[in-house]
Ligand binder design. Structure first.
Ligand code: ADE
Length: 225
C-alpha cells in the first residue's frame, strides 16, 4: 500500500486533516506524534511538526525513514511575495529553496540542486483540485527561512533577491529532506498575508480560512495520488 506523509507546521493547518483521519491511531516517535490512518486505499501518516526548518526536516525524515513514505506533502499558509498572488490564493510549488542560505554554499556538495523541484504530477493535481473548487492557484517558487516576515522593506529585499512567489518557514526543508532520499514531494500553500507592513494584521484575520482551504486541497490530493 502506498504511504503518504503529510506535514503541517501548526495546529490550525492540521485541524481538518486530523478530523478526516480521526479513525486512525497515534504513534509517537521521540517527541513527535504521528497520526496514521487509511484513506482512499492509501496509508496516510500525518503530523504537526512545529514552525521552522529543522522541525520540518526532521519530521520529513521520520516520515521517510520510520514510516516509509512514498510521497510527502507539506501543507499550510504562506505570505505572498509576488504581485500575482492575493490573499487566499493557492500556491503549488514548482521549486522550493532557502532565502536565508546562500545557494552557492549548498551547491558545493550537491552541484545541481540548491532549489528542490517538487513533483510535477502532484503540482498538476493541486492545480486541478483548486480549479474544481473554484480557487485561484499559481504554480510557482516558494522560499523558506527562519523569519516570519511582516515588513515591506524586508519583503522587497527577499522578493528582489529570490524572485519567488511566496514565503514561509518549512517547505524548502521538507523538499531538501525529500530530495536527499529521492522521495517525490508537494508543497501546497494558501496565502494568509502579504508579508508586508500589514502582514501581521492580515495573518491574524485570514490564517484560519487559508489554513482550512489548504487542508481541503491536501485531502483531495491524498485521494487523487
Ligand atoms: N507564513 C505565513 N505568512 C508568512 C510570512 N509573512 N512570513 C513567513 N512565513 C509565513
Amino acid at each position: 500500500m502506498v504511504t503518504i506523509g503529510v506535514i503541517c507546521a501548526m495546529d490550525s493547518e492540521f485541524d481538518l486533516i486530523r478530523e478526516a483521519l480521526s479513525h486512525g491511531e497515534i504513534q509517537t516517535v521521540g517527541r513527535c506524534e504521528f497520526l496514521s490512518a487509511e484513506r482512499a486505499g492509501k496509508r496516510v501518516v500525518a503530523a504537526t511538526c512545529g514552525v521552522g526548518k529543522v522541525n520540518a526536516a526532521v519530521c520529513a525524515q521520520m516520515l521517510i525513514s520510520r514510516f516509509g513514505a512514498d510521497y510527502v506533502i507539506n501543507s499550510g499558509v504562506a505570505g505572498a511575495l509576488s504581485d500575482r498572488l492575493r490573499i487566499l490564493d493557492l500556491v503549488a510549488a514548482r521549486t522550493v529553496f532557502y532565502h536565508d542560505l546562500e545557494e552557492r554554499l549548498l551547491q558545493k556538495y550537491f552541484p545541481h540542486c540548491s532549489r528542490f523541484p517538487a513533483d510535477e504530477r502532484l503540482a498538476s493535481l493541486v492545480e486541478e483540485l483548486a480549479a474544481g473548487q473554484g480557487v485561484r492557484c499559481v504554480r510557482g517558487e516558494i522560499v523558506s527561512g527562519e523569519q516570519f516576515v511582516t515588513d515591506s522593506a524586508v519583503k522587497e529585499r527577499i522578493a528582489r533577491e529570490t524572485r519567488a512567489d511566496a514565503i514561509e518557514m518549512e517547505g524548502a526543508a521538507v523538499g531538501h529532506a525529500c530530495y536527499l532520499s529521492g522521495v517525490p514531494f508537494a508543497v501546497v500553500r494558501c496565502i494568509s498575508d502579504g508579508a508586508d507592513d500589514s502582514g501581521g494584521m492580515d495573518y491574524d484575520t485570514f490564517v484560519g480560512h487559508a489554513a482550512r482551504r489548504c487542508a481541503k486541497i491536501t485531502l483531495g490530493l491524498i485521494d487523487r495520488i
